[in-house]
Design a protein around this ligand. Structure first.
Ligand SMILES: *Cc1c(COP(=O)(O)O)cnc(C)c1O
Length: 497
């Protein structure tokens, strides 16, 4: 199995190469040259397997340049109860009307990013041994809150690596900020940027393509790599939980093999929902992929009209991990939907860069409307959904998962479709305690995050996960805030220091 680039379909590299590089030289994203299929027998065979075995099966189709022993080492080191608070790794909460809430937040940072970032360091160090043995890997991350912390936890003190994380000042929740600024480990750096997530992401992309920086780092035997969801090593692990959940629901008797399910994903950078698309291509019977957005609804408009236009107001919402106007992974979807036409992809993404807008052709529009349903909701509607689901079903949603449930309910009302539905729950509610508390009717009149959380616990009968509680007594290590033009020197200073 080889990988091409969305901007150059004739490129052929191994998965190890794609994982080490993150982004290809001409700025494209690595994509599998074909998507491997799972037969009915293979999917049924997963029903009685553990998460580790399910992960192994999926990875062995995509990472064909890894040996069996290497793959086993990766999946066993990541998906265990040292890192996750459940044997199942992901849990399924079964709510009424055929809603299956796929809880992807049982890892060390309580957000779904752990599902990929617990394994990425193993995939990356294994790949680096094959590709660039002896080089020091410097990971750069732009984060809207959750990726940063998950990447820090994944990479802290991993030999041969270091990690620099940039987050938008005022663009993350107090708990997210606390989690990142109290991070331990000897190879980590965390820095706030004056700007929004797109500024952080553009800043990181600029560092990647800066020849001057590359040269300086090469002299020190350092190679830059990415832990953002543009890295194939982030995306591949996300395909697994959709396949695993389908097998689990068959095993539990909630669906029969062959039943089509909807998959709803609260979407930002388009990585998680793209993984669901790959799961569908691999053979999981999917009816609609439902793309849920908050007020930053550029994807809703795109899926409904075929026009991607980022020239719009940027909103800071209570679901900050979805506050994004440039969804990087959409490029991979479009590459597949255009029949791997990298010339068209170059044209559209050049237009996006220069004018902030592009429009796809009728053929792609048609495919989009067949594959996807897209919707969005406001902060008010998100809070109302948290309240409703808690009152009616005694289930506490976080602000991102609530966007997904709300958009799903709109979909169901609009279409009458009653197919069983997997809803990705991407964060534990305690990561966004203030908004969740006020949504369930609490009076958030204290500045103290932990005092507020103890009210939330008492009034909902739920408990804060241990990793979040642990941040209470940790000292803040990282206090730096910089302009976006300064990000390159932050990286160089850290790596020189
Ligand atoms: C990252 C994140 C999202 C968005 O996922 P994408 O893969 O970027 O679309 C949604 N919810 C939470 C809690 C997240 O951390």
């Amino acid at each position: 199995m080889n990988y091409a680039s969305t901007r150059n379909s004739s490129l052929k590299v191994t998965s190890a190469h794609a994982i080490v590089k993150g982004l290809s030289d001409e700025g494209g994203l690595y994509v599998p040259e074909s998507v491997p299929a799972l037969s009915k027998e293979e999917i049924l065979g997963l029903c009685d397997k553990s998460y580790v075995e399910r992960a192994y099966t999926v990875f062995s189709k995509f990472l064909t340049d890894f040996t069996d022993a290497e793959l086993r080492h990766c999946v066993e080191s990541a998906y265990n109860t040292k890192n996750f608070d459940t044997d199942n790794i992901a849990e399924i909460a079964k709510l009424k009307d055929g809603k299956f809430i796929l809880e992807l937040w049982h890892g060390p940072t309580c957000a779904f990013k752990d599902m990929a970032l617990q394994i990425l360091p193993y995939l990356l160090t294994t790949s680096a041994k094959k590709e660039v043995d002896g080089k020091q890997i410097a990971i750069l991350v732009a984060t809207s809150g959750d990726t940063g912390k998950a990447a820090l936890e994944g990479f802290k003190d991993v030999p041969g690596t270091s990690i620099s994380v940039f987050y938008p000042d005022d663009g993350v929740s107090p708990m997210q900020k606390r989690q990142m600024t109290t991070q331990d480990g000897n190879n980590v750096n965390v820095c706030a940027v004056k700007g929004n997530f797109d500024d952080c992401q553009n800043g990181v992309k600029a560092i990647f393509t800066d020849k001057e920086i590359e040269k300086k780092l090469a002299e020190k035997n350092v190679l830059l790599s990415s832990a953002n969801s543009i890295n194939w090593g982030r995306l591949a692990p996300q395909i697994i939980y959709y396949i695993s959940t389908y097998a689990q629901l068959v095993k539990d008797g909630d669906i029969a093999y062959g039943d089509k399910v909807n998959i709803v994903v609260p979407t930002g950078n388009f990585g998680n929902i793209l993984a669901a698309y790959y799961a569908k291509l691999m053979g999981i019977p999917v009816n609609k992929l439902i793309c849920a957005s908050n007020s930053n609804n550029v994807l809703t408009d795109f899926i409904n009209t075929g026009v991607y236009d980022r020239n719009r107001k940027f909103y800071t919402t209570i679901s900050p991990s979805m506050d994004i106007l440039i969804s990087s992974n959409l490029e991979r979807l479009l590459y597949h939907l255009t029949g791997e036409n990298s010339a068209l992809i170059n044209e559209w993404f050049d237009a996006l860069k220069t004018s902030g807008r592009y429009e796809v052709g009728d053929d792609v529009k048609k495919q989009l409307s067949e594959l996807f349903y897209a919707g969005c909701c406001s902060d008010g509607e998100t809070k109302a959904q948290i309240h409703k689901t808690f009152t009616e079903e005694k289930y506490l949603l976080d602000t991102h998962s609530a966007v997904a449930v709300k958009v799903y309910e709109d979909y169901r009302a609009a279409t009458g479709d009653t197919a069983k539905t997997i809803i990705a729950s991407t964060a534990n509610p305690y990561k966004f305690g203030r908004a969740v508390y006020s949504a369930v009717g609490g009076k958030a009149d204290t500045e103290d995050e932990f005092e507020l959380i103890s009210h939330l616990e008492q009034e909902t009968g739920t408990t804060m996960p241990a990793p979040l509680a642990a941040t209470k007594d940790k000292a803040v290590r990282f206090k730096n805030t910089v302009e976006k033009q300064e990000m390159g020197s932050v990286v160089l200073d850290f790596l020189n220091g």
